[in-house]
Design a protein around this ligand. Structure first.
Ligand SMILES: [Zn+2]
Length: 115
């Protein structure tokens, strides 16, 4: 994995090809009960924050999915593909609501319908 800037946004990118379902890496940070603006919610009242979580960008058709600590390829990936996940279906309530770059909707977490 490596970080790269694209259009003013830093994102996380692959180094090599991955097959669908393959483990990309594991999140290693502490699990906390409360969300922060850069944590990822992995289950009810469990939020992980580590060196990478703030750089895994949202996409509505993401390249990866996060199950527990595992970040896995959602489909086959090429080297230098951005690793993205669906923040909106992971989080009950986003600490930092944002307008999605792919669909233009305001996303606030799964408690709220996207508008
Ligand atoms: Zn979108």
């Amino acid at each position: 994995m490596h970080l790269k800037e694209s259009n003013g946004f830093i994102g996380l990118y692959t180094e090599r090809p991955y097959k669908k379902g393959e483990l990309l890496f594991e999140l290693r940070g502490p699990i906390k009960a409360d969300a922060t603006s850069t944590s990822i919610q992995i289950s009810k009242a469990k939020h992980i924050e580590d060196a990478y979580t703030q750089y895994i960008n949202h996409h509505c058709t993401p390249s990866a999915k996060i199950v527990g600590r595992k970040v896995m390829a959602q489909h086959d990936l090429k080297p230098n593909d951005e690793i993205t996940f669906d923040k909106n279906i992971m989080a009950d309530e986003l600490q930092k609501p944002f307008v999605c770059k792919c669909c233009g909707k305001l996303l606030r977490g799964k408690k709220y319908p996207a508008t």
